[in-house]
Ligand binder design. Structure first.
Ligand SMILES: CC(C)(COP(=O)(O)OP(=O)(O)OC[C@H]1O[C@@H](n2cnc3c(N)ncnc32)[C@H](O)[C@@H]1OP(=O)(O)O)[C@@H](O)C(=O)NCCC(=O)NCCS
Length: 145
């Protein structure tokens, strides 16, 4: 590895899509990337010299926040870059006032990675709030009958 650089912002559009393609998530259109830039509260990008190798971001409204787009270039996985991203995102989140909620949707197989940072798979009983949390759910369209 050359020189590792950690930036507290989003990668440029080309680098964002380099990581997206590498993760098998396709391509994000420029107009969507523009909105992502406006709405993201905090992001982390990691470079090996000038080459993008990892990113992650967090956004929300002060009551609810979500972690999205945490990804490490395939050749660089298992070398703690995911940990660097998560630690920075959580450092930022832990400083937010008014005890907001933080959630994420893990891709299948990455749950154990997030568990290392204090996330729990739903459903579970949240002892801190006393709430029985059900499963996270994703909208897939209304059935037209
Ligand atoms: C998930 C991902 C971000 C992890 O990044 P990484 O740089 O490889 O992770 P790290 O090297 O920091 O690993 C930290 C720890 O998590 C573990 N870990 C990482 N990925 C894991 C996985 N998929 N399942 C179980 N454990 C995992 C590591 O073994 C390591 O454990 P240790 O602390 O006991 O040594 C990376 O594998 C990735 O980009 N995957 C594809 C995209 C993706 O699924 N992102 C999540 C979107 S929801």
């Amino acid at each position: 590895m050359k020189q590792i650089k950690i930036a507290e912002n989003l990668p440029n559009d080309k680098d964002f899509n380099t990581l997206y393609a590498d993760a098998g998530w396709g391509e994000v259109k420029p107009e969507v990337l523009k909105t992502i830039r406006q709405l993201t509260n905090f992001a982390v990008s990691v470079y090996n010299d000038k080459k993008i190798i990892a990113m992650g971001r967090i956004f929300g409204d002060g009551l609810h926040f979500g972690i999205y787009d945490v990804t490490v270039l395939q050749d660089y996985r298992g070398k703690d870059f995911g940990t660097v991203i998560m630690d920075k995102l959580l450092d930022w989140f832990d400083k937010q006032p008014n005890s907001p909620h933080l959630t994420l949707g893990s891709v299948s197989g990455s749950e154990k990675f997030y568990e290392k940072f204090g996330f729990k798979c739903c459903p579970f009983n949240d002892a801190t709030t006393g709430i029985n949390l059900g499963a996270g759910m994703k909208y897939c369209g209304r059935s037209k009958t």
